[in-house]
Structures are given as C-alpha cells and as structure tokens.
Ligand binder design. Sequence first.
Ligand SMILES: Nc1ncnc2c1ncn2[C@@H]1O[C@H](COP(=O)(O)OP(=O)(O)OP(=O)(O)O)[C@@H](O)[C@H]1O
Length: 357
Amino acid sequence: MMRRFKEAARKGRAEAQIRRILDEKGLAGDVGIRLLEDRMTATVVLKGAPDQGDEALEKALAQGSGIERVTLVRTEHGGAAPSPAPAPQAPPAPKGGHSDPLQLGTKPAQRPEPTRPEGVRRVVAVASGKGGVGKSTVAANLALGLASQGLKVGLLDLDIHGPSLPVLFPVAEKLKSEDGKIIPAEAEGLKLVSLGYMVDERQAVAWRGPMVMNAARQLIDDTGWGELDVLVVDTPPGTGDAHLSLVQRMKLDAALLVATPSPLATADVRRGAQLFERVGAPVVGIVLNMTGGPLGDDLEPALLDDLDLDILDRLPMALDTARTPLRSGQAVPLPGATEKVTSLLGDVAGDSGEAAG
Ligand SMILES: Nc1ncnc2c1ncn2[C@@H]1O[C@H](COP(=O)(O)OP(=O)(O)OP(=O)(O)O)[C@@H](O)[C@H]1O
C-alpha cells in the first residue's frame, strides 16, 4: 500500500514537472507517465505536425522531470497547414436501420473525406478479424512480391500494440521527420513505417484508446511516402481504435482478408468483410494461411458464397513462411492477391492514381 502511494506520488511529481516545462514553452498536451520496475517513462501527446525541435524537446522534458525517456507523439497538422475541406454531407444511414456504434457508416459533417496519402496511387489494406493468423506475414510478402515486379511499394504497420515490421524488416535507426513529415525507413526495396521504428516496444503496450488513435493518425496523416504505386497497410487485428482511424482517414482501394482454415474463423471473416463493406472499400478476396494442417485447406463454402468472395491464395503451414527477417527476391508467392492488386493499377506508367479512384 505504502509502495503504491509512493509510486503515485513520484508519477504525480514527474507529470507536474513536465506540465510546468510545457507551460513555460507555451505548449499544451496530454501527459502519460509509466513506472515499470523503477524505470519511469513518459509519453507526451502534442498537437501539430512533427517538428525538427521535437528531439530536443523530448530531451529537455526528460531532463527537467528526472524521467528516463520522454516520447513525443504528434496528433495533427497544426498552425499553417491547410485544414481539409469538410465532407459535403453525411451519407445516408445504413440500410435496415441497424445500429452503428463505431460510426463507420455515418460521418459527422466535420470529418474530411478519406484520401490517399500524397503521391500514393493505390492503398491496399490487409486485415483479419483476429490476431495471429498471419496477416503481417501476408502483408509483408505481398509488398515484397509487388516490389519484385518493379513497383514502388510502401508498407505501413498500423499495429500500435504489437508492431511486426521491426521483426520482419529490422532497421538500425529510428525514423526521422523532415518538414513535419515522417520519413519512412527503406529496406529490401520497400519504404517502411511502423511505430515500432519510433518508440520503445514496451512503451506503446500500455496505451489506451485516444493515444492509440493519435499514434495511428500520425502514421496515417504525417508520413511523407513520396511516389508510391502501392501502399500496403498491415492493419491491427479486429476493429479497434487504430483500425477506425484508418478507415475514417485513408481512402482504401482494396482490402484483402487473411484467415486460417479453422471453422471458428467464419465469424471473424464475416466481421472483417462487413467492416470494409460499410466504408465502401472493396474486399478483393481472402488469403487462406496455415493450410495443410488438421483443420484442412478451406473455409466453409457457404461463407464464401454468402460473402461472394474467393480464396485467392493458400499458404501452407511451413517453417519457410515463418522465417524472418524477410529478404527481397525471396517473397512467398501470392499470385492471386498480387494479380488483384496489380489489376487496380491499370497502366502503371500513365495512370495518375486518381483516374480510377
Ligand atoms: N504459413 C505459415 N506457416 C508457419 N508459420 C507462419 C505462417 N504464417 C505466419 N506464421 C507465423 O505465425 C506467427 C503469426 O504471424 P503474423 O505475425 O504474420 O500474424 P498476424 O495475424 O499479423 O499477428 P498479429 O495479430 O500479432 O498482428 C508468426 O510467428 C509467423 O512467422
């Protein structure tokens, strides 16, 4: 009891110090303090685009508060950045009058229409109703396969709590920002962005709703991808906060579902398909992963009929597929999914990206 009281007091003092320094600098933001085995770290969420002075500010906040590490997370474009035009009008309520607690089918008048990031021609989300089915493995191999065809490909890891990219594509340095934009890492011919390249893995684990959404928004809105033919987005499992930020903010040209052949996967596949359907992102098919085991090689035929979806590729349960890090030229082939994505691009040389959008 006494220890808890002391810890709370220590965290309270550190938070007060951080707020005092922020105040002195004319900044306002949310402050989250964690104390883990006597190590204290903080996350400070500030409005505005990432700034060149952010690293110095992180250091100043850490020094001034006696905290081991302070991580700044930026939420939105600030000040001079043009504000996006409001959506013309809210779309009609979903048919059948069913409730929409996530507000995926209804957009408040203030919310801007989802857009593709500047310079990006097509955005493909890779999703699954539940975790651990191989979504990141499929997203990464799809990205490598597309890049091996000469396309410019980016991979955005939106899993805030369990980012996969640092394992699949380890990079030596933390991501930097320039002119308020996050500069992607580059490895194996891909441009890569993940929260795991920005903050200590243990930090984000404790983040809850608003911080997850803020972090996801920052990755979605503030990355300078440059020119890309395809941006593959590895979404978190389910329909959580980061997912919500994605479908509300980024225009998705296609969604690819990943599932395993378990009969229990039926509800997950259905949920995943419905989520994208409701935001108008075409689900182009399913990649069935970890086939060849006791659960077989298929999903319930009635489910596929019902959703009007095909299995585009089947990846067997195999050690080769689980090997990390991944290397260019050694992608596990996903011919069906790759063809679906390349067919979205039309004439790569001539299409500006908006023509078919
Ligand atoms: N076909 C396969 N055969 C063997 N192992 C696989 C296969 N596909 C994925 N794995 C392994 O299964 C684990 C989970 O895969 P992965 O991280 O891609 O899943 P995920 O759905 O993205 O999980 P998360 O919910 O954590 O985001 C990893 O260790 C991966 O290497």
